[in-house]
Design a protein around this ligand. Structure first.
Ligand code: NAD
Length: 502
């Protein structure tokens, strides 16, 4: 399979067919490195959404009846195809998202790990059995797929985040409609083609492109059983409320403001390198990016010196240029928003150790240089708001107690990290910090596929984290069976009392 990079219109993939659908609305997909139009993507209206849901619904009976062996065979084939197409997919992502190709490969590899976990579906779908729960009575339980599941995903990981969802849902026997971000939609079509080549029946995985109109139609659709959402907090809250109101199962992961606490006993050189990678990788457009450094005591000055020097050295350039370390941000609006926040930080009195607006970055595309603010206070907008760009803020505190209390006052609660050489400090941190994912000397603690991913508070609405064992639970529902084969039915006792096992 080859990518047609001259493709001007990106269409839906519904029931195995590419279609522009009934809607005439489209949206521009930009090349963030040049600021030029890369393609147009069609935007589904409710009729197009209904067609996608119907295709998934029609495919569901056969797929949910497929043996576990058949399902895992398809997942293994999909895994192989994905692995052999990493380079192409990474370049496609770089051309629409803007991230550097190596970073795009990293996200695909993390998505691939979820596919590999999903290949173990026979083990994950095993039920429970208890014999002789009462005289001559046995009990067992198992889990069954839900039906049509939907994924609504953000722009920042166009391959990995959808792969937190669809391999798990499909492995569990569901059919799926993906509504990816309209800003970098091509990766989803690419993945759909790979599923097809892997032998997945048409209609089990569908891609419907669109914006709020498509999302609302999916949230309200009576034949959608479950919705997985990843995106910003206001939309996550909205999706959770609206889809729950129509009785759907929902998990909605929101935004983040992740803190890294640096203790005086941390290895400074190592920590500075990790902060640079986690603050500025993917131009800060990661839900697990570190956006706040909390320096404890005397570590502040030497750490800030190092981080500022390293931030100035970052090579900013097009994602497709192998020498670039950091690419552009996704759109001109994102660049303007980020630069506006930098201005707000300066006006509020934060110490701009590195001001990305003043660095020498390529012109033409949506580039913003890395920015480092020191002496930030908790009332500043650069601290309270999720900027989602290459802006790292540092706050100075005197103790670990203060650092933990600071993190716990926040409304976002995705991830947090501590850099220290003290096991005691690390243990306290991991037990007392109220977030969903903790790193100890690891800045972006994205859990492996066989653990689950998710935040707390305003970073996740719903009660299931995503992928891992929780993924299989989310995409299935339990059934419990009680069985009796009386040897002499006529002699079996008859009672109007509620049956007990005693
Ligand atoms: P977004 O919330 O703008 O969009 C996410 C999805 O929702 C897209 O598919 C979009 O089309 C749709 N959408 C946008 N506005 C909508 C509306 N008004 N009504 C209905 N649907 C709407 O997010 P984004 O800018 O694409 O991605 C960045 C955000 O995602 C950041 O806040 C980031 O922290 C978050 N994110 C979170 C995680 C996590 O695991 N918690 C992971 C990745 C990204």
């Amino acid at each position: 399979m080859s990518i047609d990079t001259s493709l001007r219109t990106i269409e839906h993939l519904i029931g195995g067919e590419a279609t522009a659908g009934d809607s005439t609305r489209t949206s521009v997909v930009w090349d963030p490195a040049t600021g030029e139009e890369h393609a147009q993507v069609v935007l589904a209206d409710p009729r197009d959404v209904d067609r996608a849901v119907k295709a998934a619904q029609q495919a569901f009976p056969e797929w949910s009846e497929a043996s576990l062996a058949r399902r895992s065979k398809v997942m293994f084939a999909f895994r192989e195809l994905l692995d052999s197409h990493i380079d192409e997919l990474a370049r496609l992502i770089a051309s629409e998202h803007g991230k550097v190709v190596e970073d795009a490969k990293g996200e695909i590899s993390r998505g691939l790990e979820v596919v590999e976990f999903a290949c173990g579906l026979p083990q994950m779908l095993k039920g429970d059995y208890s014999e002789q729960v009462s005289g001559g009575v046995d009990a067992h339980s198992f889990r069954q797929p839900l039906g049509v599941c939907v994924g609504i995903t953000p722009f920042n990981f166009p391959a990995m985040v959808p792969m937190w969802m669809h391999p798990m849902a499909i492995a569990a026997g569901n059919s799926f409609v993906l509504k990816p971000s309209e800003r970098d939609p091509s990766a989803s079509n690419f993945v759909a083609e790979l599923y097809r080549e892997a032998g997945l029946p048409d209609g089990v995985f569908n891609v419907a492109h669109g914006d709020k109109v498509a999302v609302d139609a999916l949230l309200d659709h009576p034949d959608v059983a479950a919705v997985s959402f990843v995106g910003s907090t206001p939309i996550a809250r909205y999706v959770h409320e609206r889809a729950s109101a129509t009785g759907k199962r929902v998990q909605a992961l929101g935004g983040a403001k992740n803190h890294a606490v640096v203790m005086p006993d941390a290895d400074l050189e190592y920590t500075a390198d990790q902060l640079i990678a986690a603050g500025f990788g993917s131009a800060g457009q990661r839900c697990m990016a570190i956006s706040v450094v909390v320096t404890v005591g005397e570590v502040a000055d030497p750490l800030m010196e190092r981080v500022a020097a390293k931030a100035r050295e970052i090579k900013v350039g097009p994602g497709l240029d192998p020498s670039s370390e950091m690419g552009p941000v996704v759109t001109a609006q994102a660049r303007d928003r980020i630069e506006d926040y930098i201005g707000q930080g300066v006006n509020a009195g934060a110490d701009a150790r590195v001001d990305g607006r003043e660095l020498d970055v390529p012109t033409g595309g949506f580039f913003v240089g890395p920015t480092l603010f020191d002496r930030v206070t908790t009332d500043m907008s650069i601290y309270t708001d999720e900027i989602f760009g290459p802006v790292l803020c540092a706050i100075r505190v005197d103790s670990l107690d203060e650092a933990i209390a600071l993190i716990n006052r926040g409304s976002f609660a995705n991830g947090a990290a501590i850099f220290t050489s003290s096991g005691q400090a690390a243990r306290r941190f991991e037990r007392e910090v109220q977030v969903g994912m903790i790193g100890v000397n690891v800045p972006i603690p994205v859990p492996m596929a066989y653990y689950s991913f998710g935040g707390w508070k305003d970073s996740l609405f719903g009660d299931h984290h995503i992928h891992g064992a929780e993924g299989f639970r989310f995409y299935t529902r339990a059934k419990a069976v009680t069985t009796r084969w009386p040897e002499d039915p006529a002699a079996a006792s008859r009672t109007l009392h509620f049956p007990t096992s005693r």
